[in-house]
Ligand binder design. Structure first.
Ligand SMILES: CC(C)(COP(=O)(O)OP(=O)(O)OC[C@H]1O[C@@H](n2cnc3c(N)ncnc32)[C@H](O)[C@@H]1OP(=O)(O)O)[C@@H](O)C(=O)NCCC(=O)NCCS
Length: 405
């Protein structure tokens, strides 16, 4: 039977506020799977046109798939969220691009006609599951020099990227970080971020008193509004003596979950679901693991070529800010100014945080808001670098585009 590729759309995206990992963080007493459940429930609440029985898949990414992030979290979180048991689920891992890969994987199934609508998202509780927990890299990586040892430590790969781009100085990285904090604070002040956050109730404890009560988390904990260049100038460079990467120009260690609804455009229209973005193309690419932050460049080249577009066609960029240097390398490659108004309009991971496998859907959710506000823009791009030397890019079309009318 001949099959036709179907148009795929981003219906909606939500996330929990992001927290700081560790005993003082807001989610210290909250399970990772419960964060996913909150995000799924919110998607259903916001989209009453969607009959949960019709959901064909729940794809949830996590980098560390053990404990409360294990047990095939897409399936278990679906049941915990009250989805009918007939709705299946699975888990996905592409480290930082986990949720992005969950989206592209279910999108491929929607385009093929296997699914009409699916949930795709991700979670990382870096407090409960610190980066690298339980990993056992094959000794051949280092003994056979398949990769340099620095490839295994993301902060070191960011220092390596600074070496490759001597023009990207610490000063430039810090200036970028200050702007990210400023834009994020402004986006909050203008109510751009809260609209896609689901409040989470949390149990609070401390060592002396035990349980101290319950609270409601409604905003991202890692943000540091008011950050100045002076604040950042003398921070430690934990990944290299006299290095350039600091806690101020890198994303932190964070907890959080995201979820999105991906559907065929026909299904969305028939079920009165919003169409916030239309999928144009997606691509993944590998680079030397020692400079994993370079990954978004070849991934974007491939995605642009598939779409028959050039970088100048892209009106809005959502670039994950694992490290300032990696965003700056991307911008420098394409001749885009560090402070270009099309880039990360609401700020980025340096301010909000980066709970690894969850972040891809945060980028998409923010791009969807910007599309709605900017009907003069036709195409936007979400891109991220990925551990062990990869990049991931998705190009989206704005369904509100008014240019041709
Ligand atoms: C960089 C990193 C090691 C810092 O970890 P940390 O030391 O626990 O970070 P902290 O939040 O405690 O910040 C360290 C210091 O910088 C300060 N700081 C951080 N951001 C700041 C800002 N914007 N303004 C002023 N000070 C700031 C903190 O106050 C703290 O100061 P203190 O030591 O006096 O308490 C950690 O965030 C990291 O590994 N990030 C990268 C995560 C990663 O690799 N993700 C995957 C990407 S592929």
């Amino acid at each position: 039977m001949p099959r036709t590729v179907r148009d795929v759309v981003f219906v909606d995206g939500v996330r929990t506020p992001f927290g700081k990992a560790g005993p003082k963080g807001i989610y210290h007493e909250t399970r990772a799977d419960d964060l996913v459940v909150k995000a799924i429930r919110e998607l259903l609440r916001r989209n009453p046109g969607l009959d949960p029985k019709k959901i064909d898949e729940v794809a949830v990414a996590a980098t560390t798939q053990i404990g409360d992030q294990g047990l095939t979290i897409g399936r278990t979180a679906g049941i915990l969220a009250g989805l009918p048991t007939s709705v299946p689920g699975y888990s996905i891992d592409r480290m930082c691009a986990g949720a992005l890969t969950a989206v592209t994987t279910v999108a491929g199934s929607v385009a093929f006609g296997a699914y009409d609508v699916a949930i795709a998202g991700g979670v990382e509780h870096m407090g409960r599951h610190p980066m690298g927990e339980g990993v056992d890299p094959n000794p051949r990586f280092v003994s056979e020099k398949l990769v340099a040892e620095s490839a295994l430590f993301m902060g070191m790969t960011a220092e390596n990227l600074h070496d490759r781009y001597p023009s990207i100085t610490k000063q430039r990285a810090d200036e970028y970080a200050v702007r990210s904090q400023e834009k994020a604070a402004k986006a909050y002040a203008n109510g751009k971020i809260q609209a896609d956050l689901v409040p989470v109730s949390v149990r609070r404890t401390n060592e002396e008193a035990g349980e101290t009560g319950w609270g409601l988390v409604t905003a991202d904990e890692p943000m540091r509004p008011g950050t100045t260049l002076e604040n950042l100038a003398n921070l430690k460079t934990p990944f290299r003596v006299h290095g350039r990467v600091t806690a101020g120009n890198a994303a932190g260690l964070n907890d959080g979950a995201t979820a999105s609804l991906i559907a065929s455009e026909d299904f969305a229209r028939e079920n009165n679901l919003p169409v916030k973005m239309r999928l144009v193309s997606y691509s993944f690419a590998g680079v030397e693991p020692e400079v994993m932050g370079y990954g978004p460049i070849p991934a974007t080249e491939k995605a642009l070529a598939q779409a028959g577009l050039s970088i100048s066609d892209i009106g809005l960029f959502e670039i994950n800010e694992a490290f300032a240097v990696q965003v700056l390398a991307f911008l420098e490659h394409y001749g885009i100014a560090d402070d270009d108004a099309r880039v990360n309009q609401y700020g980025g991971a340096i301010a909000f945080g980066h709970p690894l496998a969850s972040s891809g859907v945060r980028l998409m959710t923010q791009l969807a808001r910007q599309f709605e506000e900017q009907p003069e823009v036709r195409y936007g791009l979400t891109t991220m670098c990925v551990g062990f030397g990869m990049g991931a890019t998705v190009i989206w079309e704005n369904p509100h585009f008014e240019g041709d009318k």
